[in-house]
Design a protein around this ligand. Structure first.
Ligand code: FPP
Length: 240
């Protein structure tokens, strides 16, 4: 009898390698990011087709503000252009977009685009695309800790009330299930401040392919890899 293939409910991707992809072609780094947007489209299509319900993409880390101004501006511009161009189409595909990150340091235009894409796609219910934008896992844990400490000091909760569930409810990812599968492209084997709390039991996958070359076939390959993994959550199984 054929067994159903395991499909991750939540896939999270660190989109790495845009700069190297551009360099290999004697192009500017921002051209790698432009090419990377096509891979974002491919990943969304492939996620919907595979029945993935949540897709989180690490689009801009808090540390990325330290890149040259021209590159930061190019990424912000690309974000705005992509949002303007894709919002209606994403809604039609059933893709709801949620932006996860601190809403600080952004220009008014970027804030407007965040609001625009979240509102336009709010009713979609096939896939939730979470864009981690100005996101840092350590920062979100600090903010959560501060929020809980404040509630304790106001007497709203006691320290004993702080458990995993309550801590998670103060994170930027509140309401989002933990990722089952974390992919980082370009062969780098690091999490780089991405979903550190949420990825505790995630399967990790580090394909060599650079992000602009991560097409639908690569996404399908990743799904096959996930299906081969055996998840034990710290327990034991019968055969070991
Ligand atoms: C990492 O590659 C990529 C980024 C920091 C930016 C990713 C941004 C996009 C794909 C475009 C904007 C996103 C959306 C959702 C519209 P890198 O530059 O670190 O590559 P390298 O390690 O080869 O230098």
């Amino acid at each position: 009898m054929s067994q159903e293939r395991a499909i991750p409910k939540h896939v999270a991707i660190i989109m790495d390698g845009n700069g190297r992809w551009a360099k290999q072609r004697n192009k500017e780094r921002y051209e790698g990011h432009i090419a990377g947007v096509e891979s974002v489209r491919a990943a969304v299509r492939a996620a919907v087709r595979n029945g993935v319900e949540w897709l989180t993409l690490y689009a801009f880390s808090t540390e990325n503000w330290g890149r040259p101004t021209a590159e930061v501006e190019a990424i912000m511009e690309l974000f705005c252009r992509t949002v303007m161009g894709e919002a209606d189409d994403l809604a039609r595909q059933g893709v709801r977009v949620r932006i996860m990150g601190e809403r600080t340091r952004f220009t008014a235009k970027v804030l407007e685009m965040i609001d625009h894409i979240e509102r336009t796609t709010a009713e979609a219910d096939k896939l939730t695309l979470v864009l981690a934008f100005n996101y840092s896992a350590r920062r979100e844990m600090i903010l959560a800790t501060r929020a809980l400490a404040e509630r304790v000091s106001k007497g709203e909760i006691t320290t004993d009330d702080i458990d995993e569930e309550r801590f998670a409810s103060e994170l930027m990812s509140r309401g989002i299930p933990d990722p089952d599968f974390v992919i980082r492209t370009s062969g780098e084997c690091r999490l780089s401040n991405f979903l550190l709390w949420q990825s505790s039991y995630a399967e990790l996958y580090f394909p060599e392919v650079l992000w602009p070359d991560f097409d639908e076939a690569e996404f399908d390959k990743a799904m096959e890899e996930y299906a081969r993994r055996e998840r034990r959550y710290g327990l034991v199984t019968e055969d070991c």
